[in-house]
Ligand binder design. Sequence first.
Ligand code: CMP
Length: 135
Amino acid sequence: MTQRTLVLLKPDAVKRGLVGQILARFEAKGLTIVAMEHRTIDAGQADAHYAEHVERDFYPPLRDFVTSGPIVSLVLEGDEAIEVVRALNGATDGRKAAPGTIRGDFSLSNRENLVHGSDSPESAEREIALWFPGL
Ligand code: CMP
């Protein structure tokens, strides 16, 4: 089934110059970019995006991180795009993510883990509306 999913290339991906390599992996897989933007978000947008995590101990430094510089946000479309993107991204903790995945190949952190992908159809719908209202 064709799906859309919200992907973030976090500030570490932009600062480290990995945007092109990461986008190339999604495109090579066959996913289509249907929206894309480069911007620095404020704490309100971070809190809205990570609403389910705002009370967690790890959230304050995560908020500082995701507001620390520009993010590239995008909507990808393709067959089973939500699961496919999560498989390409790899496990949350870059130290444990499998080699061959984006996090497994490029991240040594479970906070600065380069990418975000929606975790369910419900999350994708909510996150796409938040990042790309009107899409
Ligand atoms: P993401 O897929 O965007 O979803 C939630 C984010 O919180 C996750 O990627 C990481 O960036 C971050 N995160 C999750 N767990 C931890 C943790 N234990 N410590 C620090 N950051 C975390």
